[in-house]
Design a protein around this ligand. Structure first.
Ligand code: FE2
Length: 320
């Protein structure tokens, strides 16, 4: 059985991609941002997902004001990197997992979430920047470590979906994944945010207090977040802060209780607050709570489970 065992929340600021691609990661301004993802890359290397479902938004790249689906699931074999006006990012083509994506579409649509099926799509910074941050820098001739199922959400043109709808879609995706017969360790990303506004009189707005409360509740009390209205996101987190609803799809796909294994927050990157969190489902048999990733000994849930199983096997052998 496939299972979503962990969730990643990450900003997808385009300037982060530009800093990576133009060799600026060691500049003090950017070093502050990238240092926050060093442990995340280590975590990801240990977690070794078989598939990543990445919830993102298209920034008028594959869709436009002519047509914006509310939820669009990528069911293609691969997704070329989009040219957003300054050439395509020099990263590998994103390979899909068409079989699992088709299975998710079938299950989720039967659960009355009417997704748009996408069989051809170029992907922009919304998808590739979090991949670079979590999987590390890759040349176009290399491969990403796992296939990706993109889920594009409309947070560009009003009305976007509600946070509650997003949270419940996450639950439906979880159910879909768990009914897939192959054993797959799946990670889900929620991307975008945190507080930011890129135009108008409030351009540059950042609300750290709001962002931190959002992260706290995302970890411990996500239900509370599902009640936040669009206007509250806009008022408190800026017009583009509405991207944060995408994190609720990720959170809905996880268990009610999760271990927060890592968090990072810094201001600013470009004109945006950068937020990042890693959440793991708790293991039923685990007696002690997970240590924070900063405690170095923390390992991804899948690894801990494998280690626990090995230990159990050893014990049972000893008993015999
Ligand atoms: Fe965005």
């Amino acid at each position: 059985m496939a299972k979503i065992t962990a969730g990643v929340g990450s900003s997808h600021v385009p300037a982060i991609g530009a800093a990576l691609d133009n060799g600026k990661t060691q500049e003090p301004y950017w070093q502050r941002v990238f240092s926050g993802f060093e442990k995340s890359k280590e975590w990801m290397k240990e977690f070794k997902p078989d598939v990543a479902i990445i919830v993102f938004n298209d920034h008028a790249t594959s869709f436009s004001v002519d047509m914006i689906p509310t939820f669009a699931l990528g069911c293609a074999a691969e997704y070329p990197i989009a040219d957003e006006g300054w050439g395509a990012r020099p990263v590998p083509v994103v390979k899909g997992h068409a079989k699992l994506a088709a299975h998710i579409a079938q299950s989720v649509i039967e659960d009355e979430f009417d997704l748009t099926i996408v069989n051809k799509m170029e992907v922009d910074h919304g998808l590739t920047v979090p991949m670079s941050l979590m999987f590390g820098e890759k040349k176009p001739t290399e491969e990403w470590p796992c296939p990706v199922i993109p889920l594009a959400v409309n947070v560009v043109m009003f009305p976007p979906p509600t946070g509650n709808r997003c949270y419940n879609l996450g639950k439906a995706i979880r159910k879909a994944v768990e009914s897939y017969p192959e054993d797959l360790n799946v990670v889900i990303f929620g991307t975008g945010g945190l507080s930011h506004q890129i135009s108008g009189p409030r351009a540059g707005l950042i609300n750290s207090k709001w962002d931190k409360a959002f992260l706290d509740n995302l970890s411990k009390n996500p239900k509370k977040l599902t009640a936040i209205k669009h206007l509250d996101y806009m008022r408190e987190a800026g017009a583009e802060g509405i991207e944060m609803v995408m994190w609720l799809i990720m959170r809905g796909a996880l268990d009610e209780k999760v271990d927060e294994v890592y968090r990072f927050y810094t201001v600013p990157a470009s004109n945006t607050a950068v937020g990042h969190i890693i959440l793991e489902n708790q293991k039923k048999a685990k007696k002690t709570s997970a240590k924070k990733i900063s405690a170095k000994s923390a390992k991804p849930a899948a690894k801990r489970a494998a280690a626990a199983t090995k230990a159990d096997v050893k014990k049972s052998k000893v008993r015999k």
